[in-house]
Design a binder for this molecule. Structure first.
Ligand SMILES: Cc1cc2nc3c(=O)[nH]c(=O)nc-3n(C[C@H](O)[C@H](O)[C@H](O)COP(=O)(O)OP(=O)(O)OC[C@H]3O[C@@H](n4cnc5c(N)ncnc54)[C@H](O)[C@@H]3O)c2cc1C
Length: 422
């Protein structure tokens, strides 16, 4: 039997599950296809931008998200061994919180529980299909999505298919959309710790000779950390067992006093890639299927949520006009181009400057941070970008000055060290 719907969302991870929630507000039939069982155990800290929090408020999901979220009231950026640092405070940007930190696994679990429990969704043309998509074929007027479920093969005919199926997207492959894989020799260690001094809502991004280290507020007395370490360094004995907390504390410094109870340290391989084209006939890509970013600067999921916002708005308008959902494809590609490029540039600039081992570059990076703290409008532009406002035409002068000027004019997609294309 073929199941028919307007939109098939392939992948019910963080981005796909949020998209399903965003589409429920419109007269659209939606099928979410995912094998299930992923995500829940992933306790890594996830920094949500101000813009992402706003999206969850709009979707009526904020209470769910907030239950396990700590507010970021200040971002502190520094480089180990350098004088430069910058601080961005929520008050300077006219907001109560610059963003929030939650656990990736609990957010994914809650989003999926909300989908499962929502009776309204079940009666309004929403279907969740537990299956792995194996092929997608575009026919005239529809796409045929073939998947393998626990009870055998499933076929879904959709007018639009959304690839929310992560960095190794089957939808992207089936659509013949090329992928650019960037060299990234980092692995990320993520876990929790208890600082001796209260974090007071401060999030720290610290650039160290062993890679960028983020220490993020979690509960009252806990912090999460995400440390991207060059692979050869990560294999050194210092990163094993009881020596790891010592190394972490040495790199972070004394801002929070002693770092105790370093727990749940998980090693994540990092894959950095982007799809130069994110649409094909009756097909669009969102989230990691379009851009899998390095975690420095905490951009990846926030960027994916901006994909969700843009796509849901376009599909909502089309549904109200009675138009074919696939009519949004070209507009979606246009709408996302600049923001995608900007997020990649932001990430690559940070990595390119601080990840370089060339002797001059760290000093220039430190000077950049120092300058950034004194450039009021530029800092605000940078903060807007990292808070999840995304890139919009005419709004970027501050951000461009902050990164292009203060961070030594690294304002082009770098092909060099750290993130060079393969
Ligand atoms: C260490 C680390 C720290 C990070 N920190 C941050 C942060 O602080 N802030 C931030 O914004 N981002 C952060 N990120 C990035 C963020 O985790 C990702 O951008 C986000 O998880 C991407 O979500 P996604 O739903 O697009 O993809 P995924 O999470 O990969 O989900 C893909 C889904 O598709 C399903 N799927 C895959 N193949 C198929 C198929 N063939 N058929 C059906 N279903 C399929 C999978 O089961 C899964 O549910 C971090 C990443 C790492 C590695």
């Amino acid at each position: 039997m073929i199941r028919r719907c307007d939109v098939a969302v392939v992948g019910g991870g963080l981005v796909g599950a949020t998209l399903a929630q965003a589409l429920r507000r419109w007269p659209l039939s939606v099928a979410v296809i995912d094998p299930g069982g992923g995500g829940g155990a992933d306790a890594r800290s996830l920094a949500l931008s101000f813009g992402s929090a706003r999206l969850y408020r709009t979707l009526g999901l904020w209470d769910e998200v907030e239950r396990d979220a700590a507010a970021i009231t200040e971002v502190h950026v520094s480089r180990r061994g350098g004088f430069g640092f910058t601080r961005i405070r929520a008050g300077e940007c006219g907001v109560d919180a610059l963003g929030y930190v939650t656990s990736a696994g609990s957010l994914e679990r809650r989003l999926n529980e909300a989908l499962d429990s929502d009776a309204e969704l079940r009666t309004s043309g929403f279907e969740r299909i537990r299956a792995v998509v194996e092929s997608v074929e575009v026919r005239s007027g529809e796409t045929l999505v073939a998947a393998a479920g626990p009870d055998g093969p499933v076929t879904v005919a959709a007018r639009l298919v959304v690839g929310a199926d992560g960095a190794d997207s089957a939808v992207r492959r089936a659509a013949g959309l090329p992928i650019r894989v960037h060299r990234c020799d980092h692995v990320a260690f993520a876990g929790d710790l208890s600082p001796e001094r209260p974090h007071r809502g401060r999030a720290f991004e610290r650039f160290t000779e062993c890679g960028p280290l983020a220490v993020l507020p979690r509960g009252e007395e806990r912090c999460g950390f995400v440390w991207a370490v060059p692979e050869p360094v990560a294999d050194e004995p210092d990163f094993e067992g009881p020596r790891f907390p010592k190394r972490l504390a040495e790199m972070f410094g004394g801002r929070l006093g002693e770092l105790r109870d370093v727990e749940r340290r998980v090693r994540h391989p990092l894959r950095v890639s982007h799809a130069p084209r994110i649409t094909a006939p009756r097909t669009v890509l969102v989230g990691n299927a379009a851009n899998a970013l390095h975690p420095v600067g905490a951009q990846g999921f926030n960027l994916g949520l901006r994909d969700v916002e843009a796509l849901a708005r376009l599909l909502g308008d089309a549904s109200v006009d009675g138009a074919d959902p696939a009519s949004v494809v070209a507009r979606y590609a246009m709408a996302r181009r600049a923001d995608h490029a900007m997020a990649r540039v932001l990430t690559a600039s940070l990595l390119g400057i601080y990840g370089s081992r060339a002797p001059l570059v760290p000093a220039l990076g430190a000077a950049g941070l120092f300058a950034l703290d004194r450039l009021g409008p530029a800092k605000r532009g940078f903060a807007n970008l990292t808070m999840g406002a995304g890139w919009r035409r005419g709004e970027g002068a501050g951000a461009r000055a902050a990164l292009g000027g203060a961070l030594r004019g690294a304002w082009s997609e770098r092909e060099g060290e750290g993130l060079g294309a393969r």
